[in-house]
Design a protein around this ligand. Structure first.
Ligand SMILES: Cc1ncc(COP(=O)(O)O)c(C=O)c1O
Length: 381
């Protein structure tokens, strides 16, 4: 008899009793093949084509953002947002240690460094209190924010909506505004997650989404930058398309540009997926509601639920075990029995590239790192 037999059997049953239950499987049951074939027939498979524009229009309509710029992945979306927000070499960028590595890699591409602060136990995103404490050590010089202990300029703040749970983004933006710190929301995981009636990703100067194969909707590889700033929105499209000055035949460029535009082939897939997004989210929320019932009977496992003020897309469902030993037993028993589960990412501040970066107390992040497990969360049952 396994210690977690009941939970493992429930997950297997819920996802159709297969030999292997993946953590997050995409579903292509709509117009995916039709749109991709249409793209091939049109010969416009690269960065010019009707689906790239349509992808952006659909994201604008869905999120309510004024501008949406389609790029090759969520990491490049973060890179460009940080660049356009004015992040420079040797700046500090305030962020959370509990995130996927891409958050910090994008900061490093600009020669800036992450400054790690703790997360909130209730939503797993950047903590408002930890931010307020960090900002008590920041002063404005000529209107620019400087971190007193390190003497470094603060370039930006990047909170991340972990697993789709909206963090308290309005409070984070309000605090950062007081110090002229631009906020870039890493909303890679939270497409479809709503905070106080407004879409996550649309509160900061920029928001970024990912359409990687493991996300709620995918286009193989893709990303979107959103912003409500007209000037930056236009510039974002310009620099992600090699900064070419529009002309029928001349090749002239006015910035160091990037070849980051989302190809039409991927955008075609994205357009078909967006058509199914609300159905996928409704399926995912049904799954999480069943998980909630299941784990409410358990004394040793806590199921993490969305904060009261928010609608989560429940991208990846998550449970907290009592301690690391029981977490490891849960991981072993589930994976040995064909149910894919995984621990949360190791804290970014522990990776050798970031271990010497400035950090505050990370007690909540460390507790979550040692006890959290993600459980199967596919968009269909
Ligand atoms: C929090 C977070 N940030 C950034 C990314 C990067 O997105 P991509 O894989 O599309 O580059 C991901 C996902 O992969 C993510 O989960």
């Amino acid at each position: 008899m396994l210690r977690f037999e009941k939970e493992i059997n429930f997950i297997k049953n819920h996802f159709g009793n297969k030999d292997f239950t993946p953590l997050h499987e995409p579903c292509f049951s709509g117009n995916e093949k039709k749109y991709v074939l249409e793209t091939i027939d049109s010969t416009f498979v690269s960065s010019v084509g009707k689906f790239v524009d349509l992808f952006e229009d659909k994201i604008k309509a869905y999120t309510g953002a004024k501008h949406a710029i389609a790029v090759v992945n969520g990491t490049s979306a973060l890179h460009m947002s940080l660049l356009l927000a004015g992040v420079e070499q040797n700046n500090l960028v305030i962020t959370q240690s509990l995130s996927f590595i891409a958050t910090c890699n994008a900061i490093s591409y600009l020669g800036a460094e992450p400054a790690f602060i703790d997360i909130d136990r209730s939503n797993l995103g950047l903590s408002v209190n930890a931010l307020a404490e960090f900002l008590s050590e920041v002063e404005l010089k000529d209107g620019k924010p400087f971190h007193i202990p390190t003497g470094k300029k603060i370039g930006a703040c990047v909170p991340m909506h972990t697993f789709g749970f909206p963090l308290e983004i309005d409070k984070i933006v309000q605090l950062c505004d007081e110090f002229n710190i631009p906020v870039i929301e890493d909303a890679a995981e939270s497409l479809g997650s709503i905070y106080k009636g407004k879409h996550t990703g649309t509160f900061g100067l920029f928001g970024t989404y990912s359409f990687n194969g493991n996300k709620t909707i995918t286009c193989g590889g893709g990303g979107i930058i959103v912003t409500n700033d007209d000037k930056l929105g236009i510039l974002a499209k310009h620099i992600t398309t090699q900064a070419k000055i529009p002309h029928r035949w001349e090749y002239k460029h006015d910035y160091i540009g990037y070849n980051y535009r989302c190809p039409n082939l991927n955008a075609a897939l994205a357009c078909a997926q967006i058509e199914q997004l609300e159905v996928f989210i409704s399926n995912k929320r049904e799954t999480s509601s069943k998980y909630k019932d299941l784990f409410s009977e358990s004394e040793s496992i806590e199921f993490i639920i969305e904060p009261q003020y928010a609608r989560s897309n429940y991208w990846l469902n998550a449970v907290l075990l009592k301690d690391t030993e029981s977490r490891d037993q849960f991981l072993t028993e589930s994976n040995d029995n064909g149910v894919m589960t995984r621990p949360v990412w190791g804290l970014l501040s522990k990776n050798k590239m970031f271990q010497n970066c400035y950090k505050k107390s990370l007690v909540i992040s460390e507790m979550i790192e040692s006890r959290l497990v993600n459980i199967p969360s596919s968009v269909t049952k």
